[in-house]
Ligand binder design. Sequence first.
Ligand code: PMP
Length: 355
Amino acid sequence: MELWKDKIRKVVPYVPGEQPNMPDIVKLNTNECPYPPSPLVEKAIREFNTSDLRKYPSILCAELRSALTKSYPVGAENLFLGNGSDEVLALCFQTFFNSEKPILFPDVTYSFYDVWCELYNIPYKRIPLDKDFRIVPEDYYGNNGGIVITNPNAPTSIYMDIEYIEKILENNRDVIVIVDEAYIDFGGRSAVCLLGKYSNLVVVQTYSKSRALAGIRVGYAMACRELIEALEAVKNSFNSYTLNSLSQAAAAAAALDNEYFESCVNKIKNTRQRLINELDKLGFETLPSSANFIFTANKNIEAKELFAYLRSKGVIVRYFDKPRINDRLRITVGTDKEIDRLLTEIKNFIKERTQ
Ligand code: PMP
């Protein structure tokens, strides 16, 4: 008998979108940027001194930290850097949510939150979005162990004005409120401007989406010095060197190229609008998107069936077989060419079904 089997921790992990290795696919399933990172990133990687790889990376991440402070009105002491915002968020959950009371997040949101709650034994409660998939701020007022809001929310793509984020903060001064802004650059105002007023606010962002660097894994939290120090202490009890030196150099280069960043974001916003308009003509109803993806449904089409059809044609989108959202597809905004191919395949699907 293998008695050790009883002693193994069993968890239900988060399931990320697939990363298939098929030729000529249109990959619109994990909200990556369809454009390459800034040319400055390529330069930084080419000029990187590989001999430095023998040393541990800088714990301070001084160069990247200083580059980030140029983009945001925060000091170096208000930044916590990590290996993708998933790691930063996981450490935030571990550091800030230690109450008997449940933490709150929407019923339809980033599906990693409940996984971390289960992993760290954090009680949690999912608060239903309203019928239009919007967050109702009043539902988050008081009596909880903390709050996590994704803004714009995922997979709904809907942005909540920061005046409502502020209402949530005003009504929750005794717990930590995390605002996950993975998609904020595609159409919203960051809650960073509230940091001076609310010491219990943590804003988390990533270089995986708008900065086109999902492969190097860089994310960060912005908060008051005391919260950052608490995060550092937990991180240093787990792994002192989370961010490797090559990632630090690449992200620092990307941080300095705001012109390139803005041009990519603008292209994505234009393609997003065109995609929404074209889907509208095909009878789809798409939620108002402030992200680099859309969340769309068509009353006459089974989302699961369309998902499988598109996949068979090499166009990969995301389908969630979950209550409330199993009639929708989440589609990342790709290049115009990729979106043309998606639209052609959707039209073929509709044509084949009506024949
Ligand atoms: N938050 C949200 C809402 C996301 O969709 C993602 C991407 N899956 C992340 C955080 C994590 O992104 P990363 O770890 O690449 O920074």
